[in-house]
Unconditional design. Sequence first.
Length: 202
Amino acid sequence: MPALLAREGRSAMRIDAFYSDPHYNHKNILKYCPRPFADMDEMREGMIARYNETVRPNQCTLWMGDCFFGGLKDDAVAIMARLNGHKMLIRGNHDHWPAYVYLEMGFEFVSELGFDIRLGKRIVHVNHYPTKPFHEGDVRYANVMVKPRAGVGIMHGHTHEAVRITPRGELHAGVDAWNWAPAPREELEVLVEQLPCFVEAA
């Protein structure tokens, strides 16, 4: 499978928001994470509303994995059609459909790997996975954890933490830290300056 699959004719665009781990159609996520929704339907409608309050139709959001969990492709397509703006995807551990299916859903490119971006004055590596497991001793994703690099911050999803800067000193873009909505670029440009890797080097 290619590392990157893009829709034909797609051009580069600014990323305005970052979005990870919504787990649409995942009933049991409400058991695992303290989300303020009574059931899966309320979660879907609530997160769609919060997404569209954050992202304008002309903006672009980078999804950082674990978009949908269970359900049919048609269910996912219906959700995608209701969400504002352009969408790009870095796949997570629950994104099991072939890459071309995500293009058919409406993503403009699909990447198997993370990549570096400029966030404010800093270089940040965006990826589904952090540098270390959230649960000590969990080695299931050891081969895909990000390797730290000097002078480069990390932004990830995957862990479902409620904090925006993790104890590991990394930015967390998961919806559980962002009021179940995308993380706006402007707020992340402020937070990135607080990462230990940049504070300690100052």
